[in-house]
Design a protein around this ligand. Sequence first.
Ligand SMILES: Cc1cc2nc3c(=O)[nH]c(=O)nc-3n(C[C@H](O)[C@H](O)[C@H](O)COP(=O)(O)OP(=O)(O)OC[C@H]3O[C@@H](n4cnc5c(N)ncnc54)[C@H](O)[C@@H]3O)c2cc1C
Ligand code: FES
Length: 266
Amino acid sequence: MSQFQQKVELICFEALTEDIVRLTFNAPKIAAMARPGQFVMVQTSPGKDPLLRRPFSIHQVIRDGHLQILFKVLGKGTELLAQVRVGEQLSLLGPLGNGFTPGSPETACLVGGGMGIAPLLFLATRFLSKSSAAEVSPKMPMVILGARNRAELEPLVDDFRKVGVDVLAATDDGSFGHHGLVTDVLTKSNLPPGFGIYCCGPHPMMAAIARLCQQESRACQVSVETVMACGMGACLGCAVPLKAGGYAHVCSDGPIFEAEKLLWSL
Ligand SMILES: Cc1cc2nc3c(=O)[nH]c(=O)nc-3n(C[C@H](O)[C@H](O)[C@H](O)COP(=O)(O)OP(=O)(O)OC[C@H]3O[C@@H](n4cnc5c(N)ncnc54)[C@H](O)[C@@H]3O)c2cc1C
Ligand code: FES
C-alpha cells in the first residue's frame, strides 16, 4: 500500500463551533489513494512541541485532490491546528491504516458519535457511489449520528443530507433529534437481520454497539482510536487487546476491526 509524506497547503478553514474545526488541504497524492476509515498523521507544529504527529480520520475526499479532516480541540496539538490559516503548509503522512470493508449500501447502517462522525461522511459517499443513480434511496445507507447538542451535530447532519443521505439524530441534551443516545435510536430502529454496522465514536458507545451486535449475530466494523506515536507499526504504543488473546496494533492492524475480535472493557 502506498503512503506519502507531503507538505500540503490549507485551502479552507471552517470553525463549525467554538472548538470543532474542519480543515481542507490540497493533498492530491494522499487523496488519490485514500479509502474510508483510513487516517493521516498531521504535524501540528513546525517546531518540536508537540514532537509527535497527531492522527485524524480522513473525513472526506473531494474533487481535485482535496482532503478534509474534522477535529475537536482537546490539547496542544489540536489547539495549534485550529490556528493554522489558509495558505499555510502542513506535513501530512498517509493514507494510513486499513479502512472499512464496505458491503452493500442497501444493508449498511453507519453509527457515529461525536468526532467519531468524521470518517463516516467519506464512507457514506463511497456507499452512494457504489449504487447506480436509479438504486439510490435517501435511506441507504442508513445513518445514525449523535453528539452532545444541536450546535455540534446539526452542521454534520447537514453535510450528510447534502450528499443525499437521510440521518437519524440524537443529542445528549435533546436539542436536536432524539433526546438520548445513538444506541437508543439503533435499538428502536429494529434493524433487519443482514444489515451490517459501521461504527465510530467514544469507547463506551462502541462497546455497547459491539454487545448489541453480538447478541443479534450482526456484522459490525468499528473504528478504534488510541493515542499514537508513530502511526506506522514501529513504536507498538497503540496496542488493543484481542478476544482470542494477544494484542493488535491500531495503526497497522486497524483502525478498523471486526467488533467481535476485540476484547471490550465495558
Ligand atoms: C485513527 C485515529 C483517528 C482519529 N480521528 C480523529 C478525528 O477524525 N477527529 C478528532 O477530533 N480526533 C480524532 N482522533 C483523536 C485525535 O488524534 C486526538 O484528539 C488528538 O491526537 C489530540 O491531540 P492534542 O495534542 O490536541 O491532545 P493531547 O495533548 O495529546 O491530549 C489531550 C487529551 O486528549 C486525550 N487524547 C489524546 N488522544 C486521544 C484519543 N485518540 N482518544 C481519546 N483521548 C485522547 C489525552 O489523553 C489528553 O487527555 C483520532 C485518533 C486516532 C487514533
Ligand atoms: S502508533 Fe506506533 S505502533 Fe501504532
